[in-house]
Design a binder for this molecule. Structure first.
Ligand code: DX5
Ligand code: ZN
Length: 221
């Protein structure tokens, strides 16, 4: 499974979202990560389907929509229509998870399951056969630019072990505090998908930064 580098638009200049999207498109990254925050599930608000729809024609990249939302059921269809290729929902939503997975699949989109730092990794076990990707949060969701939480690396290792044991092929993503060093450390633990906001956008030459992150994670896999 080749590595995927996914710049997060949350760290872009919001005054220039169109040119920032084009910049990511030309950077050599595979995915564009779009963080949706509703002010309930997390104490912050970002942007909605209208923004995703606006930037969709500017890029052919795979759009990875991360729903940090208390009621994703009302948002799945709008985001599918707006151009999401994959939707991440949080395992912390409990009983809502199974119907959400089916709904995303019925919309013809890929499913990713996200897990917060404080949630035990065992909570994702019942769903592993049904997901395309697992997103291990390496910060508490809600804000960009936070420090990577090292304790979460054992979850990445566990996710890799289960994938091997169960002969599954879900991707293992990491999200939060990912820069060159932490990306390589996550790759060593078993991650193959690297979401990075400030870690990439901090560099004027995004293309060079993506290339450097890719080279770093490839040495570890
Ligand atoms: C955090 C979001 C992340 C965020 C990462 O709530 O889910 O995707 O954009 O930002 P950095 O890479 O700056 O930690
Ligand atoms: Zn995210």
């Amino acid at each position: 499974m080749g590595p995927v580098i996914a710049p997060s638009l949350l760290a872009a200049d919001f005054g220039r979202l169109s040119s920032e999207t084009r910049r990511v498109s030309r950077s050599g990254a595979e995915w564009l990560h779009l963080d949706i925050m509703d002010g309930h599930f997390v104490p912050n608000i970002s942007f909605g389907p209208a923004v995703v729809k606006t930037v969709r024609p500017l890029s052919k990249l795979f759009f990875d929509v991360h729903l940090m939302c208390a009621k994703p059921e009302i948002l799945l269809e709008p985001f599918a229509k707006a151009g999401a290729d994959q939707m991440n929902i949080h395992v912390e939503l409990g009983e809502a998870v199974t119907p959400l997975i089916w709904k995303i699949k019925s919309l013809g989109r890929k499913v990713s399951l996200a897990i917060n730092p404080e949630t035990p990794i065992s909570h994702v076990l019942p769903y592993l056969e049904r997901i395309d990707s697992l997103l291990v949060m390496t910060v508490h969701p809600g804000f960009g630019g936070q420090a990577f939480i090292y304790e979460v690396l054992t979850k990445v290792q566990q996710a890799r072990e289960w994938r091997e044991q169960k002969k599954l092929n879900y991707r293992i993503g990491v999200d939060g505090g990912i820069e060159f060093k932490t990306a390589a450390e996550c790759a060593e633990a078993g991650a193959d998908t690297f979401i990075s906001g400030t870690g990439l956008f901090a560099h004027r030459n995004l293309r060079a930064a993506v290339k450097k992150m890719r080279a770093g994670v490839m040495r570890e896999t």
